[in-house]
Design a binder for this molecule. Sequence first.
Ligand SMILES: [Zn+2]
Ligand SMILES: [Zn+2]
Length: 238
Amino acid sequence: MLALLSRLRGIPDCLLCNGAGDGSLPICHACENELPWLGAHCDICAVPLPERGLVCGQCLRRPPAFARVEAPWRYGFPVDGLITRFKHQARWPLGRLLADLLAQHLQHAYSEGLPKPDLLVPVPLSRKRLRERSFNQAEMLSGWLAHSLNLAHDTRWLLRPQDTAHQQDLDAVARQRNLRRAFALSSRAQVQGRHLALVDDVLTTGATAEAIARLLRKAGAERVDIYCLARTPKPGEH
Ligand SMILES: [Zn+2]
Ligand SMILES: [Zn+2]
């Protein structure tokens, strides 16, 4: 009944519980409150930490090439499942909802002083993965964010010239070597002096983000931020 009433008023139903929505986005307040909001995290890489305003040991020892990771959620229930359904079952409305909530998170961060980037660039997918999936989820997120935040985005600056081995199968050193070779800049990329934000769905080890941020900084980018939906805790933590 409630769902019917809100539909009549043009308010979309909640995509998570199918109940009545109560805002402009297809999610109800109860479901939104239960999302795994990130909480206290490293000021640079956004890894969950017990207290606010700290930088994690890893970022202190080896400051990354990116300035900041912005992520609204920890990678946990139900966001993990929502991202999987968006990515592997092509559930666009779920992806769109997550992108809109990320846009709200970023809008808030801008109002608190986070500098706005000149351009959004999605992490490119390998050709093999693109064939399997037929779309790049990072590119779709970046497009939706660009639209909501009124930012430019370019899907052709970053290239993935060769298909690299699955990262999961490699040790840490081989991973880094593998990643350094995986990405390249297209000749159309005008990186010099620009502030760029790299868009991906989930930040796990941060190695991909670091490899691309380093490539962009080397080419003259003034600052690189990372925008993603969810951040995984350090292995073994919750
Ligand atoms: Zn709901
Ligand atoms: Zn950190």
